[in-house]
Ligand binder design. Structure first.
Ligand code: NDP
Length: 689
């Protein structure tokens, strides 16, 4: 049955703008549930060096010519297109052994990651090509020499080598930040499930949304691809620790200091808090979560719970509850209605997991599930890669080593006892660095001790309790806005984390110089840079006319005691520093009654605003407001307002303008400093509807 026929689909790679098949017979890929042939894969003879060069030379410049917002919109278009095609992906996904629920993690989760980056790209990044990192670092007292960190996209290609367990999410979660950063990518999915990745890449390429060269696909082995990497390329890897180690020390990667991010084995743990006895919601949540993590994707999840640490007195109750729950998990053909858990990705993978279970069993005993004799609700145990969930118990986790070292990449977990929070933390740390951990407790002190103790060893930690039970995204779900990766054994890499993940594909450069020359480089006006046009009030200018540095310096205005008292009575803010001379004097910061900070800001607006209807549409906030010098009755204030950053929105008829507002007194001392945030029309008068 599992022999390729003339009609068996031959997977193609997409390189140098063409779909091509590898030379030779290739390798047959079979359906995880039925063993039937699905496709033949092979990449022999592909021009890997040429593919990398094509991406760098064709895709890179096209992406870098786009702004962050344009790239974000591109991600959104792809996400919308893929969303429409989901049914076709689900149908193909069954062949990987995934149930519909598993496929939703992979397919919807991947598409969702694109949506999140599309949205974050437009909300959290400017509509520019250069990203600023941190604030200006003044390096001289007279403001003739300053510095600013900037981020620009690397000019190489990102090579994403993925694991078999998430053929869609694995690709999309890496691709979204790569493309948003402005870097082209070449995706190499794990062979076993590459047919689903190929299907998705085909849709993306056919849509024509991406510029040519932005995305290539290698279906089959990586060949000599890594021999050709440069110092501008990035390699990410998800898979086994042994392959990861080999690739990380690849000569070309080492010689070129190529950025390499790895996500490998991870013995993730979950801890049941000492407060969470069998009659508490946290106990039930813990049991549910361990069972869910064992059975979702048949336990083939890099974040799945492998080690469950339980207060010694609760071990029997937890095992009993898990046994009952796992016993109800119908294992069978993934497309069948009643199936709760499908097959592992391949027979080889199942054999591998059985071998790992045998190693784990040396540290304890199997308390649920028989790894060798599958009990199925549908399907053929000989043809499909089925395995029932297997729960182990290890009574002496300090003396055991396999439980902390061996990752059985399937529906397998071990329950272990602990006596106090410190011991639970020490046991979790024995995993030598993991992607994710969780603690189920309703006790703030336990939460604090366990989370702080585990944090240096983990990339993400979930606190589960009754309050968050309905809204929790769960122990095993990496979220696009949160970092995914872990130290040590987990590979030491970091992915996602919102805009943090975009920066992995960019170079951070500290640029030093005089503000007049730094401002055009960074696209942001800074203190010490020249003022631009001061002849027209900048509020009279649309985005088409406004330039960075355009400025207005206002007329002076005196602040009187009557103003302060009026403001106090009017707003109800009669704080003693404004109203009681003796009390104000007694305050170490003041020499008498002072003006309210908000009075200063209000007067400042009254001074700098140009009131007639015009292109400034709204004031949506202030940033970094600081009151630096007290204002006393009789002081005379003046405002300097400068266009600091202009950010036209790609799909709207307006954009954001950030203004530097500086309020000074009669001595030139800075009284208040802040950024005013406004929406400004691209054209004025506004175009007719
Ligand atoms: P591998 O490490 O064998 O493969 C991972 C990826 O690396 C695949 O795309 C694979 O391609 C590729 N690869 C393998 N050899 C090379 C090479 N010499 N040069 C370039 N690329 C290469 O892992 P598997 O996917 O087979 O999974 C094996 C085990 O890894 C699992 O059983 C599990 O223990 C662990 N794993 C851990 C994950 C985690 O995130 N914690 C995720 C997935 C797996 P190809 O498939 O074509 O060989």
């Amino acid at each position: 049955m599992n022999v390729a026929t003339a009609t068996t689909r031959r997977l193609e790679s997409y390189v140098k703008g063409q779909w091509v098949t590898g030379a030779g017979d290739g390798t047959l890929l079979t359906d995880a549930g039925t063993g039937e042939p699905v496709a033949v894969i092979g990449s022999s003879g592909l021009d890997f060096a040429g593919a990398l060069a094509y991406g760098r030379e064709k895709g890179g410049p096209a992406l870098r010519a786009m702004s962050f917002h344009e790239r974000a919109l591109m991600l959104k278009s792809i996400a919308l297109m893929l969303n429409e095609a989901r049914e076709a992906f689900y149908a193909e996904s069954y062949r990987t052994g995934a149930t519909k629920a598993d496929s939703m993690i992979d397919i919807d989760g991947g598409i969702g990651t694109f949506f999140v980056y599309a949205s974050k790209g437009r909300r959290e990044l400017p509509n520019t090509r250069v990203l600023l990192d941190g604030d200006v670092e003044p390096l001289s007292k007279d403001q003739t020499f300053s510095a600013q960190h900037i981020l620009t996209p690397l000019e190489g290609i990102a090579i994403h080598i993925n694991a078999f367990n998430f053929p869609c999410w694995g690709m999309l979660e890496k691709l979204a930040p790569t493309l948003l950063a402005g870097m082209p990518a070449i995706v190499k999915p794990a062979s076993q499930t590459a047919y689903l990745t190929e299907m998705m890449v085909r849709r993306i390429i056919d849509s024509g949304i991406l510029p040519e060269g932005a995305l290539q696909l290698v279906a089959g082995s990586a060949g000599d691809m890594l021999d050709h990497v440069t110092g501008q390329d990035v390699v990410t890897f998800t898979g086994s620790a042994s392959t990861g180690r080999m690739l990380r020390t690849h000569k070309a990667i080492v010689d070129n200091s190529t950025r390499f991010s790895m996500e490998a084995d991870s013995l993730n743990s979950s801890i049941l808090g000492a407060d969470a006895g069998p009659d508490t919601p946290e106990f039930d949540l813990f049991v549910k979560e361990v069972a869910r993590e064992m059975t979702a994707k048949a336990g083939q999840k890099c974040t799945a719970i492998r080690r469950a640490f339980v207060p010694r007195g609760q071990v029997d109750a937890v095992i009993e509850a898990l046994r009952a729950r796992l016993g109800k998990t119908a294992v069978g053909l993934p497309a069948e209605e009643g199936t709760r858990m499908g097959a592992l990705a391949s027979q080889d993978q199942r054999d591998e997991v059985r071998a790992r279970i045998a190693e784990l069993a040396a540290d304890g005993e199997i308390v649920a599930g028989d790894p060798d004799n599958p009990v199925l609700s549908s399907g053929d145990a000989q043809a499909g890669a089925f395995l029932n969930p297997v729960l182990l118990h290890c009574a002496n986790p300090h003396g055991a080593q396999h439980v902390h070292d061996v990752e059985a990449f399937g529906p397998v977990a071990t329950v272990m006892p602990y006596d106090d929070a410190e011991e639970a933390v020490a046991l979790a740390q024995k995993g030598k660095g993991s992607l994710a951990a969780s603690v189920f407790t309703n006790d703030p002190e336990i939460a604090e001790r366990i989370v702080i103790g585990m944090a240096p060893f983990h990339g993400r930690i979930l606190i589960g309790n009754r309050d968050s039970a309905r809204s929790s995204t769960g122990h095993g779900s990496p979220m696009p806005g949160l970092v995914h990766g872990g130290p040590g054994r987990a590979g030491g890499g970091e992915e996602l984390g919102g805009i943090r993940g975009v920066k992995h594909f960019m170079q951070r450069t500290a640029v030093q110089g005089t503000p007049r020359l730094l401002a055009p480089v960074t696209g942001r006006w800074m203190e010490g840079a020249d003022a631009g046009d001061t002849s027209v009030h900048p509020f009279r200018k649309s985005l088409a006319e406004l330039k960075i540095g355009d400025q207005v310096v206002t007329e002076p205005r005196e602040v009187t005691l009557a103003d302060i008292e009026h403001f106090a009575e009017f707003t109800g803010d009669t704080f003693y520093a404004h109203m009681d001379e003796d009390a104000a004097r007694a305050n170490p910061f003041f020499d008498g009654r002072v003006a309210h900070g908000y009075l200063i800001v209000s007067f400042a607006a009254g001074l700098f605003v140009d009131p007639a209807p015009g292109p400034v549409l709204a004031n949506y906030g202030v940033d970094n407001l600081r009151f630096l010098t007290p204002v006393y009755p009789g002081d005379v204030l003046k405002v300097r307002l400068t266009a600091k950053e202009i950010n036209p929105r790609a799909t709207a008829d307006h954009g954001e303008v950030r203004w530097d507002a500086q309020v000074t007194n009669q001595d030139g001392d800075v009284v208040a400093q802040y950024d005013v945030l406004t929406m400004v029309a691209k054209q004025w008068p506004l175009p007719a509807e």
